[in-house]
Design a protein around this ligand. Structure first.
Ligand SMILES: NC(=O)c1ccc[n+]([C@@H]2O[C@H](COP(=O)([O-])OP(=O)(O)OC[C@H]3O[C@@H](n4cnc5c(N)ncnc54)[C@H](OP(=O)(O)O)[C@@H]3O)[C@@H](O)[C@H]2O)c1
Length: 355
């Protein structure tokens, strides 16, 4: 049977401890830091002062904090720790993710909110969703001597500018890896490309960090990040969309998905080998290089009849192929024009679904 405890008032020490615990659990700060300032232990300091107490030793990696214990934050935490770049602090609002991070990474400090991390580290890594990076940076303010980076492939480093103060740096560190599973991602970082942004000093440190985890750093030209990321999306998701269209046409020919991959896979690999050996333009083959209008028409009729959902993709690829064939000098502009007319007509014609 549950024993009754003391009544309130019987033990003032215990009552006070319980009240303080309840206040802390409710997230209420009874001694808030004035706006623009922050505190170390009992001492309150202005917001723009440098942090002499969080300097790493010369030649040593910076003191690192990660905001976001999701797919990328956790895998980077594991990879960096194994590479001898320890993670001092992590922030995640989710208790389960915090625990998972702690179970995988030997981390000194674990927070629910990102703000306290800024009091304790030199390098802040924001590994949060793209849409969160800007608003989160706008809610944080760095101290002199600190650097902040994000891991987004789509955003430039400038999105972090609102967090800057005198003597701070911003950058980006985008691994070209699909972070589906932590351990597989850590392995995949070996040999992966990491796009880095930042001024010379920060970029050099980020390049060291990339090399430490076995990756190859590349520095992108300012303003080129979105195009670089779009290419990555075409190389991954775009190729999958193409494979899906190939499998749909394979089904028309009686092949299941495995059959299509078995038959067309080697053709794709051979084409990639040719492009690597000869260059992309020289590797182009097929009816578009020959001006073979009859073959093109038969393809378009088959697509309209049996796989109308593939028509757009085929026409888009064919237009790009015609452009390449012309540039290569393989196709006369007149033949290219005829094929373009056939392609445009196929998109306008109502498709004929299979009865
Ligand atoms: N996934 C990939 O394959 C991949 C590859 C390269 C780059 N990236 C980039 O890496 C970044 C992170 O992606 P991810 O896949 O790791 O995302 P994720 O698995 O969804 O993890 C995102 C983390 O951010 C935290 N978070 C979300 N909203 C927040 C907010 N308002 N304030 C503070 N923290 C917040 C999350 O929540 P909790 O606080 O609740 O823990 C979580 O820990 C993105 O910019 C992405 O584009 C991803």
């Amino acid at each position: 049977m549950k024993a009754w405890g003391n009544l309130p008032g019987d033990d003032p020490e215990r009552d006070r401890a319980e009240m303080e615990a309840a206040i802390e659990a409710a997230g209420i700060d009874l001694d808030p830091v004035p706006p623009g300032a922050h505190r170390h232990d009992e001492e309150t300091s202005p917001g723009d002062h440098a942090h002499p107490h969080v300097h790493s030793r010369p030649g040593q990696p910076p003191i690192i904090g990660i905001v976001g214990a999701g797919a990328v934050g956790t895998a980077l935490g594991v990879a960096l720790t194994r590479a001898g770049w320890p993670i001092h602090a992590v922030a995640s609002r989710d208790a389960g993710r915090r625990e998972r991070f702690r179970s995988l990474v030997e981390v000194t400090r674990v927070f629910a909110d990102p703000e306290p991390i800024l009091d304790e580290v030199e390098l802040i890594i924001l590994a949060v969703p793209d849409d969160v990076v800007g608003p989160l940076a706008a809610s944080l303010r760095m101290y002199g001597g600190q650097a902040m980076i994000h891991t987004s492939g789509a955003l430039g480093a400038e999105v972090l500018m609102p967090a800057m103060a005198a003597g701070t740096q911003i950058g980006a560190f985008h691994p070209l890896v699909a972070f589906a599973d932590t351990e597989r991602a850590v392995q995949a970082l070996h040999g992966a490309t990491i796009a880095i942004e930042g001024d010379d000093q920060l970029a050099a440190m980020l390049a060291d960090m990339a090399e430490a985890i076995g990756a190859s750093p590349v520095r992108l030209a300012p303003g080129s990040k979105a195009a670089y990321h779009a290419a990555a999306v075409l190389a991954a998701g775009g190729v999958i969309a193409l494979l899906d269209a190939i499998a749909e046409l394979g089904r028309v020919a009686g092949l299941d998905e495995a059959g299509s991959l078995a038959i067309y896979g080697p053709l794709i690999e051979g084409t990639l080998d040719n492009a690597r050996a000869l260059g992309i333009r020289a590797a182009l083959t097929g009816p578009m290089t020959r001006g073979d209008v009859g073959t093109l028409e038969s393809h378009l009729t088959a697509l309209s009849t049996h796989a109308p959902g593939v028509l757009d993709l085929y026409v888009a690829a064919a237009r790009r192929e015609l452009q390449l064939a012309e540039l290569r000098g393989a196709l006369a502009p007149e033949d290219s024009r005829k094929m373009r007319i056939v392609l445009a007509a196929a998109l306008q014609a109502p498709s004929e679904p299979v009865p």
